[in-house]
Design a protein around this ligand. Structure first.
Ligand SMILES: NC(=O)c1ccc[n+]([C@@H]2O[C@H](COP(=O)([O-])OP(=O)(O)OC[C@H]3O[C@@H](n4cnc5c(N)ncnc54)[C@H](O)[C@@H]3O)[C@@H](O)[C@H]2O)c1
Length: 220
C-alpha cells in the first residue's frame, strides 16, 4: 500500500484516511475475539468499548468501508471481519520476510499471532553463518545471500528488519530492489526509500519518551 501526500492510501482500501487505516487492525483484533466467543452481531457501542475508541469514530471509520451496520441491529461480525481484511489487503495470507535473527528478530519470528493476523512468516535471513540453519518460529534461518531468492520465491511484498542500525539502509536497499514494497523497521535509523515504498518505524525508546511526556504533563 503506498500513500499520497494527503495521507490517503492507494491500494486495497482506497480512499481510507491514514488514521482510519491505523485503527482497523484494532477493530479486527476485537472482532476475532468476539467471533471466537460465538458473537454473531455487535453494536457500535460494544465494539467501540472493546477497542478504546469512541463509537462516533468507530461508526465513521466503518461507514468508509461501505454500509455494513444498521441502526438498532448492529454489525454482522463475520462480514465486518471480511470487509476490514479486504480493506487492509489481508484476504490471503501475506508472506513476510524477516531480516535479522538476533534477540529481537527471534522474538518477532516466534510471535504466534502472524497467522491469525493475515500474515505468514515465509523466510528469516541473517548475515551470521552461525545462525544459519537454526529454527526461528516456523522457519529455518537462511544466509543473507538468499535474500533476493527468498523474496522472489515467496512473492513477499512486506519485510521486517531487525538488524543493527549501521547496516539497515543497505539491507533496505536490497529488499526494495528485490521487490519489497512495505518495510517494518526496528533499527533506530531513518530509512531512505523510493516513492511507492512504505516504511513503518517501531521505536520503543521514542514511545517511552512520549509516555514520559504525557506523565509529566499529567503531574503538572
Ligand atoms: N525498535 C525497538 O523498539 C527496538 C528494540 C530493540 C532493538 N531494536 C533494534 O533492533 C535491531 C536488532 O536488535 P537486536 O537486539 O535483535 O540485535 P542483535 O545483535 O541481537 O541482532 C541483530 C542481528 O542482525 C544480524 N545482522 C547483522 N548485520 C546483518 C546484515 N547486514 N544482514 C542481515 N542480518 C544482519 C546479526 O547477525 C544479528 O543476528 C537493532 O537495530 C536494535 O537497535 C529496536
Amino acid at each position: 500500500m503506498s500513500s499520497d501526500g494527503a495521507g490517503h492510501h492507494r491500494g486495497p482500501g482506497s480512499g481510507l484516511s491514514r488514521p482510519t487505516v491505523s485503527r482497523l487492525p484494532g477493530y479486527l483484533r476485537a472482532l476475532s475475539a468476539l467471533a471466537r466467543a460465538g458473537t454473531v452481531r455487535v453494536s457500535s457501542t460494544d465494539l467501540a468499548g472493546h477497542t478504546g475508541v469512541s463509537s462516533a469514530v468507530l461508526r465513521r471509520d466503518l461507514s468508509s468501508l461501505g454500509q455494513l451496520g444498521r441502526r438498532g441491529v448492529g454489525y454482522p461480525v463475520a462480514a465486518l471481519q471480511q470487509a476490514i481484511s479486504r480493506a487492509l489487503g489481508l484476504v490471503e495470507d501475506q508472506p513476510v520476510v524477516l531480516v535479522g535473527a538476533g534477540h529481537l528478530g527471534s522474538a518477532l519470528a516466534g510471535y504466534a499471532g502472524f497467522g491469525e493476523r493475515g500474515m505468514r512468516l515465509c523466510a528469516v535471513l541473517d548475515a551470521d553463518p552461525r545462525l544459519v540453519g537454526e529454527r526461528r518460529g516456523s522457519v529455518v534461518v537462511r544466509p543473507l545471500e538468499e535474500l533476493e531468492g527468498s523474496v522472489a520465491e515467496s512473492g513477499a511484498r512486506l519485510a521486517i528488519m531487525a538488524v543493527p542500525a549501521g547496516v539497515a539502509q543497505t539491507v533496505a536497499d536490497r529488499l526494495v530492489a528485490a521487490g519489497i514494497r512495505g518495510l517494518l523497521n526496528f533499527a533506530p535509523v531513518d530509512l531512505v526509500v523510493p516513492r511507492g515504498v512504505t516504511v513503518r518505524a517501531v521505536d520503543l525508546s521514542t514511545e517511552l519518551q512520549i509516555l514520559a511526556f504525557h506523565q509529566a504533563e499529567l503531574r503538572q
